[in-house]
Design a protein. Structure first.
Length: 386
């Protein structure tokens, strides 16, 4: 029978899952959720909770807080194939989740765990998508939500979501990293809050299911995605480790983590083979990955090493061009999502990806999440078309 513990990926120390502290007492690293005797078996539930046995086997079903997240569409577009020069490129659109981003996958698991632990308040720092998901799922559970937002660095659309769902908005001067510092200060002062940022390992468990769904339908050579706070990078490697260990897959696709040039500390950490990540002052139009000091960099490195993956960076102009191609294909995405296609194009041009490779690119957010880049247009007159 499967059972779970919190386990340090660095020193191996284990803790009971009833603990609400997600860093190791011995070495300070962020903990993993580890499932002993895990089996690859699915439930009659849909989306994320189809994989309950590999996500949170011990939670009672009456504690699960869900909006039907997951099971998102996998697109194939001749236009994107032509744009990237790759015949078999697919796009997994996480913007089609209930609040419009992949964050819902992690949030359903984290909020369900908050319910199991009987918390009445949640807290997160956010550049927008996390706050929207946290506010929605907290409200659905009847839990009071607090979100720390760097007000000048958040899309108004995302802020509107959090406000609409009833979150208490705490405006923080600076950027996401300042907001994250505010969260750490808050939890040092009180134990009343259940923290929902990706240092919470239950978030990672929900986000793993993106990979489970892809691998059920494709046999990709590469899986590309935007990389900001590196929760997805951590989750995706963990998912592939699960599937390989259980014998579900007989090979491991390479992960491609794409950062924006102005917010690329993980790229520098990997390419310079540094001992520690060096924080940067993040600057990019892709606000969802505008993060200069990602907390999950050690777990993310583990994922890249396990999959023999690639970390790349792209310019804002490359992101804009890729977004235009995705939008014109009738699919659409927010700016950060387009980094996954921009990075694939760059790697195709450098020869690291071949035309005949199969690539799954993850679009992390909906087109309407950020309309700050809305293109200029010239309306036609009726006389122009008749």
């Amino acid at each position: 029978m499967t059972f779970s513990v919190l386990k340090c990926p660095n020193c191996g120390e284990e803790y009971n899952i009833n603990r609400n502290k997600y860093t190791c007492d011995k070495c300070g690293n962020i903990l993993d959720v580890y499932h002993y005797d895990m089996e690859y078996k699915t439930t009659s539930m849909k989306g994320v909770w189809k994989y309950k046995n590999m996500v949170h086997p011990e939670i009672p079903e009456n504690k699960i807080v869900t909006r039907g997240e997951g099971d998102t569409y996998l697109y194939r577009s001749d236009r994107i194939s032509e744009y990237t020069g790759i015949n078999n490129i697919y796009m997994k659109h996480e913007g089609e989740n209930p609040t419009g981003s992949f964050k819902d996958r992690g949030m359903t698991v984290a909020i369900s765990e908050a319910m199991r632990l009987q918390f009445h308040k949640t807290l997160c720092a956010s550049t927008g998508n996390t706050s929207a998901a946290a506010a929605s799922y907290s409200a659905l559970a009847g839990i009071e939500s607090y979100v720390m937002i760097p007000g000048k660095n958040v899309s108004a659309n995302k802020l509107f979501q959090a406000i609409s769902y009833g979150a208490n908005i705490v405006d923080i001067e600076g950027d996401f990293d300042n907001a994250m510092s505010g969260v750490k200060t808050a939890i040092e002062r009180t134990k009343d809050f259940y923290v929902l940022n990706s240092l919470n390992p239950w978030r990672i468990e929900g986000q793993k299911t993106i990979i489970y769904e892809i691998m059920e339908k494709l046999k990709p050579d590469f899986i590309s995605f935007p990389a900001g706070n590196l929760g997805n990078t951590s989750a995706f490697g963990k998912a592939l480790m699960d599937l390989k260990a259980l014998g579900v897959i007989d090979y491991v696709p390479k992960l491609i983590a794409i950062q924006a040039e102005g917010a690329a500390p993980f790229y520098e950490y990997i390419h310079d083979n540094r001992d520690h990540i060096t924080p940067v002052k993040a600057e990019t139009i892709a606000t969802a990955i505008k993060i200069g000091n990602p907390v999950n960099y050690k777990k993310a490195k583990r994922s890249i090493e396990f999959t023999h993956g690639i970390v790349e960076k792209v310019s804002d102009n490359q992101i804009i061009e890729a977004k235009r191609a995705i939008d014109r294909a009738g699919i659409g995405c927010e700016p950060a999502s387009a980094a996954s296609i921009a990075g694939v194009l760059k790697l195709r041009q450098s020869g690291e990806i071949d035309r005949g490779d199969t690539v799954a690119s993850i679009l992390t957010g909906h087109l309407l999440k950020d309309v700050s880049m809305m293109p200029e247009y010239k309306p036609l007159k009726i006389s122009d078309i008749f």
